[in-house]
Design a protein around this ligand. Structure first.
Ligand code: 5AD
Ligand code: SF4
Length: 480
């Protein structure tokens, strides 16, 4: 099959980004190419999303575009005429899952030559992956990166028209395209992007390459979206960015994240959350916002990544262990009830036992309410992947197990504080393992299961907790 490489991923080019280049905000309406308009009616699509919340929001935008073009959505992969795997590149195991899925789609494609298989998302920012897909995965018709979603329909047109494999990793421009249609996967919880990309370049991380330069949306556009969600009855908004503290730093008028947070909370949407904060540059204004607005949910995700200063420096994190500990003390002094979660990587190149014990020390001192833990996974093209590493994988996985044990002991003890208390739960739906039970999240983000009528889904219920576990709480509907 002919290949049309519109733009190939280029890590060097992405690294040497031109921060002086102006970010344009485009307010054009979506144009559906003729051939797509003709083909789409009667065709069904399915998007499988891997990875983080940013990818979920990307899925909603892709769905909006495809629906507007005339496709319909299906949950049955066998009925789909267009399958998009919306991928994550942050660790190798996420990629393995996608490659495995592509393998299983091969026979579908062999039985249905008209089936279009596309791969989108962060994996398409990686040269090795694009090469692998081009050379070994001939079932893939279209590859497009996170900044190319806006052109999805144009690329589909090329695939239909020219019967060629199209690759569009990420274009050079820094446009923010505002008026793309989108669905919402939930009718009561919404993600709102406040910025795209990341300029932090932590040495282990592929995201600054795959999602490109940091670009903040205008606060006017963000607020409009939040007000619209409020008017439509949404109960919860999560503001999304790789590094929300840096919001606005790339804008000409410097609007801070703290100020943005206050104006979103002032819409009086019942629950406001945000993800992810970087400990560097965490402002007092954010803490003030929490004190001022009770609808800012008392939960903070603040990745530490490692406890050793040596490793933090090698990671390019821009803070030391004590800076992080002091920040936590300051936060808890002002907001004693806020739950704090974190991300931790073990097994960074040449991490010693002593380095690892520093991580354990932070865990003991901070006593996190929850944590996401990872074994370091080298990402091709990042500085950390070039660091020699003589730590055996077995040592890394042993450290991982002892870290998880330490965290679980702490979280189990901490979760006992909920016993006998009544908490407010935004009800998500029916529990997976027990159709009798509903589930949802407390204000401080604890997963909670309880028995109740399905009519509660989408509303905030009061639940009295009678059993507390590491990963969830159990309770009963509080009639009062
Ligand atoms: N290896 C392991 N974990 C990683 N993360 C990011 N890059 C890597 C990597 N190369 C983790 C970080 C980040 C979270 C989203 O994923 O902890 O905060
Ligand atoms: Fe990756 Fe660091 Fe940016 Fe987070 S802040 S996306 S870890 S580079």
């Amino acid at each position: 099959m002919k290949k049309n490489i519109i733009n190939a991923p280029d890590l060097n080019k992405t690294r040497k980004r031109n921060l002086a280049q102006e970010v344009r905000i485009i307010y054009d309406e979506l144009v559906v190419p003729d051939i797509v308009q003709k083909k789409a009616p009667g065709l069904k699509f399915l998007i499988l999303t891997y990875g983080c919340q940013a990818n979920v929001r990307d899925q909603e935008v892709m769905e909006g575009m495809l629906l507007q073009a005339g496709y319909t959505k299906t949950n049955n992969i066998k009925n789909a005429a267009l399958i998009i795997l919306n991928t994550c590149a942050v660790r190798e195991n996420a990629e393995q899952k996608v490659l495995g899925k592509l393998g299983s789609l091969k026979s579908l494609k062999e039985n249905n030559k008209d089936l279009i298989i596309a791969v989108s998302g962060c994996m398409i920012g990686e040269p090795v992956i694009v090469d692998t897909l081009l050379n070994k995965y001939h079932q893939v018709d279209l590859m497009f990166g996170t900044n190319e979603i806006k052109n999805l329909l144009n690329y589909l047109a090329k695939v239909y028209q020219n019967k060629e494999v199209v690759v569009a990793a990420n274009d050079d421009n820094n446009d923010i395209v505002e008026l793309l249609p989108s669905t919402r996967l939930s009718s009561f919880k919404a993600y709102v992007n406040i910025m795209y990309g990341c300029d932090k370049f932590c040495t282990y991380c592929i995201v600054p390459y795959t999602r490109g330069q940091q670009r903040s949306r205008s606060s006017v556009d963000i607020l409009k979206e939040c007000q619209d969600l409020k008017a439509r009855g949404y109960q919860e908004i999560t503001l999304l960015g790789q590094n929300v503290n840096a919001y606005g730093k790339d804008l000409k008028q410097d609007i801070s994240f703290g100020a943005l947070l206050k104006s979103v909370a002032a819409t009086s949407i019942p629950r406001v959350r945000f993800l992810t904060s970087h400990p560097w540059d965490f402002s007092d204004e954010i803490l003030e916002a929490f004190l001022e607005y009770p609808n800012l949910m008392p939960y903070l995700h603040l990745p530490i990544q490692a406890g050793s200063d040596r490793i933090l420096t090698l990671m390019g994190r821009r803070y030391h262990k004590n800076d992080y500990l002091n920040l936590i003390t300051k936060i808890r002094l002002k907001l004693p009830h806020i739950a704090i979660s974190t991300d931790i990587i073990v097994g960074f190149p040449n991490e010693t036992d002593q380095d690892f014990m520093e991580t354990i020390d932070v865990v003991k001192k901070v006593r996190f309410d929850s944590a996401f833990t990872f074994i370091y996974s080298p990402r091709d093209g990042t500085p950390a992947a070039r660091m020699p590493d003589d730590v055996p994988y077995k040592t890394k996985s042993q450290r991982f197990i002892s870290l998880v044990n330490e965290l679980e002991q702490i979280i189990e003890v901490k979760s006992q504080q909920y016993l006998g208390k009544t908490v407010k739960v935004l009800v998500d739906g029916v529990s997976k393992n027990d159709p009798e039970m509903l589930n949802g999240y407390t204000e401080d983000n604890k997963l909670t299961h309880f028995k109740g009528p399905k009519t509660l889904i989408g509303s905030i219920a009061k639940v009295r907790i009678n059993s507390a576990h590491i990963h969830y709480l159990l309770g009963e509907l509080d009639a009062a």
